[in-house]
Design a protein around this ligand. Sequence first.
Ligand code: NDP
Length: 323
Amino acid sequence: MSSIPIPHEISFEGAAHHRVLIIGSGPAGYTAALYAARANLAPVVYEGLEPGGQLTTTTDVENYPGYVDGVLGPAMMEDFKAQAVRFGAEVKYGEITHLDLSQRPLKAVVDEETGILADTVIVATGASARYLGLENEKRLLGRGVSACATCDGAFFRGVDLAVVGGGDTAMEESLFLTRFASKVWLIHRRDELRASKIMQQRVKEHPKIKIIWNTIVTDILGADEVTGVRLRNVIDNSERDLAVRGFFVAIGHTPNTTLFRSWLDVDEQGYIETRPRSTQTNIPGVFACGDAQDHVYRQAVTAAGTGCMAAIDAERFLAAESG
Ligand code: NDP
């Protein structure tokens, strides 16, 4: 994604013209599609590079209301998609690579080549958890490596776990994991936490949490499941292996909003700003929902909720526009 201007050679003559263009296909995007489809707005969803979004990188989801026995993340996203399609949403594989939101209809380019027009745009591009970038971290993702304690913590009862990070997310994840784990090792690369004082205090006082300072994780160990992590002390360069059954990465998230930053107001971390109690951005007819505008809750159910809000906001905007 980039925010570079639309190349001159892209033509919008005879381009498809949508009432509602939804960019992104996690719980927010598909819920927006479901509501917009049921409002007879024939929405089109461009799924982006990671169809289904972050939930496709997790296994069981046990905290989405309605799934009594839990559901696999990818299967849940298939359900969301099928429900939206059933009411007429069109879901297309493709990435929106350029935008021009300076005039109406709004302009977008799919996969660097196809121009499309839209009366409203719903941004549902989500956020991506940051990972350390280790090869074995990727290989063992969903098999002991996770970036979401709320999603996966309950699978690790009575075992030792490690969390990496020193911000509020790492504190929250560590504290949450104490509900299940016998011990939580919090690994931080410096000798001082970045998190708010109150969260630091809770972590430091918790009997199940032990902080390992000045230390980086250099490898994740395990053939099919995580069995440990390799650590290096950055002061004396000493290495050691720590036996854990789960490894939680909590070094922040990055909102997938690069494409929009030259058009939409974003906060200092890049999350899209919306008006209070609304999904309306600073550009009329452009709405934002899900993790692209939420760094506080970041749950599938809250993303779905704001997706619903975005579709209702778009519907009302179109109704007001057409008088
Ligand atoms: P932050 O950017 O605040 O913290 C990220 C942490 O990860 C830092 O401690 C950083 O270390 C560490 N880190 C980053 N990259 C690496 C790496 N490659 N290897 C090892 N460690 C690394 O992100 P958060 O997600 O914690 O928080 C984001 C924002 O959301 C903050 O403003 C936070 O306050 C807020 N938030 C608020 C919550 C609440 O109020 N309940 C809950 C969760 C988040 P270093 O410190 O050395 O840079």
